[in-house]
Design a protein around this ligand. Structure first.
Ligand SMILES: *[C@@H]1O[C@H](CO)[C@@H](O)[C@H](O)[C@H]1NC(C)=O
Ligand SMILES: *[C@@H]1O[C@H](CO)[C@@H](O)[C@H](O)[C@H]1NC(C)=O
Ligand SMILES: *[C@@H]1O[C@H](CO)[C@@H](O)[C@H](O)[C@H]1NC(C)=O
Ligand SMILES: *[C@@H]1O[C@H](CO)[C@@H](O)[C@H](O)[C@H]1NC(C)=O
Ligand SMILES: *[C@@H]1O[C@H](CO)[C@@H](O)[C@H](O)[C@H]1NC(C)=O
Ligand SMILES: *[C@@H]1O[C@H](CO)[C@@H](O)[C@H](O)[C@H]1NC(C)=O
Ligand SMILES: *[C@@H]1O[C@H](CO)[C@@H](O)[C@H](O)[C@H]1NC(C)=O
Length: 292
């Protein structure tokens, strides 16, 4: 009984995707309420986050955490001089759980005409230091683009418009724990990161350009295991079981496809601007596994 109450797994569209995603069904504003504006459109709700010097930024979070699934968000980033700002879409266990886990998309703003950097990271049991940064092959401020995580019991894939840009494989055989026990929320935020975001923190926010506005829409958690009560372990166990019956837990999602390998090589060759792998010799084994 407790187990039945403690979890809810979905095999159908959870968030209604392009049809008519409703903010209130899926998310909650967690901070900066006055900087959040939700409007509805034919394709579902559009959420804008605003950052100003006087009132700060804002964030919103999924109502429940998940263990495994596909998670995507369409985002349009701040136009013009966005230096010092950070816009995010990430999954995190947050402080509800003892061992912090996180997978991130963080968009680091720049002065007008200079490229945004997309930083990705992976935290497992409180250990991060796995930053990679890329430039994008399009202007992320012109229109919405899709950013997506695929998280299953073997790997985590980061996608930009359906192109794989990064993979993190399970490597427990190398002594590296995996994100396979810790439910995570889907979180989105806009904040002041001028201490480090742009050109190593040299360029700060130009407040004469405020408000800074980023837009989110058409989120899609197509198939994911939602954990209603993660205090016990019942929710996790049900999600492990579910994973083996779900498409995210079956081939081809458990290994890279040919196209994904090509995408990753293309990104590495043309767009990577920073990679922790080149800075940290201890991480060699996991890095060798993660760059095909
Ligand atoms: C939601 O995501 C899944 C998995 O990536 C995809 O197959 C599906 O087409 C998406 N749905 C919409 C409405 O975009
Ligand atoms: C929404 O977020 C607020 C602020 O963190 C919190 O107090 C409230 O309980 C949340 N509501 C739900 C339904 O999660
Ligand atoms: C929210 O956005 C709509 C449409 O752009 C606008 O008319 C409205 O004034 C905005 N509301 C707030 C509180 O900013
Ligand atoms: C901003 O632009 C500068 C100059 O082109 C570049 O070196 C830097 O990587 C860009 N991105 C960030 C986040 O600083
Ligand atoms: C953008 O803002 C930064 C920080 O105030 C400033 O140094 C820079 O000159 C501005 N550049 C452009 C091109 O807008
Ligand atoms: C969540 O699970 C724990 C441990 O099984 C239980 O003690 C607690 O009452 C549950 N909470 C809710 C809100 O169901
Ligand atoms: C280097 O990598 C190892 C193994 O992943 C990790 O434990 C350590 O924290 C990293 N050190 C730094 C300085 O990033």
């Amino acid at each position: 009984m407790e187990m039945i109450l403690s979890l809810l797994c979905f095999t159908t569209l959870l968030f209604s995707g392009a049809q008519a995603a409703k903010f209130a069904n899926d998310f909650n504003v967690t901070w900066g309420k006055e900087n959040v504006n939700i409007t509805s459109s034919r394709r579902g709700d559009v959420v804008t986050l605003k950052l100003t010097r006087e009132k700060g930024g804002a964030g919103f979070r999924s109502l429940s955490p998940f263990l495994y699934g596909h998670f995507s968000m369409k985002m349009k980033l701040i136009k013009g001089n966005s230096s010092g700002t950070i816009t995010t879409f990430y999954m995190s266990s947050q402080d509800n759980y003892k061992k912090w886990c996180e997978i991130d998309f963080e968009f680091l703003g720049n002065v007008s005409g200079q490229p945004y950097a997309l930083q990705t990271n992976v935290y497992i049991q409180g250990v991060g230091n796995r930053e990679q940064r890329i430039y994008l092959w399009f202007d992320p401020t012109a229109t919405h683009h899709t950013y997506r995580f695929l998280w299953n019991q073997e790997l985590i894939l980061f996608f930009v418009d359906n192109r794989a840009i990064r993979v993190f494989h399970k490597a427990t055989d190398l002594g590296i724990p995996y994100l396979d026990y810790q439910p995570m929320y889907a979180i989105n935020s806009l904040w002041n990161g001028e201490a480090w975001a742009t050109q190593g923190g040299r360029v700060k926010i130009d407040w004469t350009q405020q408000p800074f506005v980023a837009s989110y829409t058409e989120w899609n958690v197509s198939e994911a295991c939602k954990v209603q009560n993660a205090t016990g372990t019942a929710g996790q166990h049900a999600c492990y079981k579910k994973a083996y019956q779900s498409s995210y837990g079956r081939a081809p999602n458990l290994a890279l496809t040919k196209t994904q390998v090509q995408n990753l090589r293309w990104v590495r060759k043309n767009y990577v601007i920073y990679d922790y792998c080149t800075k940290n010799a201890t991480a060699t084994a996991e890095c060798a596994r993660n760059w095909p």
